[in-house]
Each structure stands twice: as structure tokens, then as C-alpha cells.
Ligand binder design. Sequence first.
Ligand code: F6R
Length: 242
Amino acid sequence: MQIVILKNSAEVAEYGANIFKKQLQSKPDSVLGLATGSTPVSLYQGLIEANKLGDISFKGVTSFNLDEYLGLAGTHPQSYRYFMNEQLFDHIDIDKANTHVPPGDAENPIQACDGYEEQIQAAGGIDIQLLGIGRNGHIGFNEPSSGLMSRTRVKTLTKATIEDNARFFKEDEYQPHLSITMGIGTILDAKKVVLLATGENKADAILATVEGALTASCPASALQLHKNAVLVIDEAAASKLS
Ligand code: F6R
């Protein structure tokens, strides 16, 4: 695992965006694994800008998002499909038909999980997977205790994650407690993994990921097994590393 420590979140976003720009310049038909949450927003802004300037194109790109709330259709403002449209897809030259987010409104979610795995396979696998990390070490919605070989499946969110994500929901708004998420095994299959983390509240999770044991208690520690994983973090997130 390669660790890149930068001054602040702006530098992290710029560095991360450059990795994706280079990926698209060398392989314009890349299969991208994408994430939601606060962390990748500035990286996406960098990609939007680069697309507008003509430095990169998404015309040949296929994308797969990590996760989605179970019970929310893509038209719901809190759904991750909606987030991706707003934060990235609506502003770049990607063909939306080639963008995939797990279907939160699937009639048969279990079947939909298998279908998602098949779609990733059919696209040739993920070339580069973007990740954030939860305070509890989750990647995607693979909460602590997730199987290290797990595949896309329905997963219950922990109390900590529900609390952390409550900031995105209005007070009286329904907040799902279930999700569909790529598994840790699915993530490890990506050819390259780029995890971004910023801020002091991620320092414990980064410590466990980098210096802790390989354990299902910290799902991100599974990245220790990956041959081509890079953690791009700021000084605050790195502050507990020895
Ligand atoms: C999002 C995702 C989550 C987030 C994590 C960090 O698709 O899979 O694992 O990356 O919860 O979220 P932020 O970036 O909001 O701190």
C-alpha cells in the first residue's frame, strides 16, 4: 500500500484528480469505480474542469458506483444516483447509459446484487476504484465485520454510519438503514484502488488501515492485500501514524 501525505484537503483532491486524469488519458475507455460522500466532491470538480478544458473525455468511460441506499429510487434527492448526477455526470460528456449505481429500488435486491457483479464482469472489471473511508473503517458500505471476500450484497448500516450520514437528511426525512454495496472482494478485484481521507476524524480509521492488523473489524485494512492501492490523505488524517 502506497501512502501519500499532503498538507490539506485541497491538495488531496488535486492529487486524486490527477490520478484519474492520467488514467483517462492513457485509457479513454476506462472502467471507473466511483464513490459518494463529502470526500470526493472536490476531486469530481477537478475532473469536471479538466473535461471542460478538453484535457480528458468521458465518452468511452463506463462507471460503477460503490453503493446505494436500499429503498431509495434514483430520483430521490438523497439517493447516491441523484448525488452522482448532480456532482459529476450532469457536467461531463459521459453517456449516462454507461453509468451504473446499484438499484436502490430493485424489486428483488438480492438478484440485483448478483446482476451488478455480472455487469462489472461484463465491462471487463474495474480499472480504478475511488474510495472514501468511514470513521469506523468502512469502505463502500462494508461495515466492520464484513467478510473480506464479500461480493455485492445487501448490508445493514451501523449506528455510527447512520449518525454520520444523518447530516445529509432533513430532520423528519426517512433515512434508510439498509444499503446495497459492492463487497470487499469486489473492491479488491479493481486493478487500482485510490482511497482519499481528510480530517482528524479519519485519523483512527487510517491508523487501523495502515498499521493495524488485517481484520474484518476495519474493512479498509483489506487494502493491505491489494498490489496497487494508494492512500491519499492529508496531515490531519495521517496524524496518528507512527
Ligand atoms: C460512499 C461510501 C462511503 C464513504 C464514507 C466516507 O459511496 O461508500 O464509504 O466513502 O462513508 O464518507 P465521507 O466522504 O462523507 O466522509
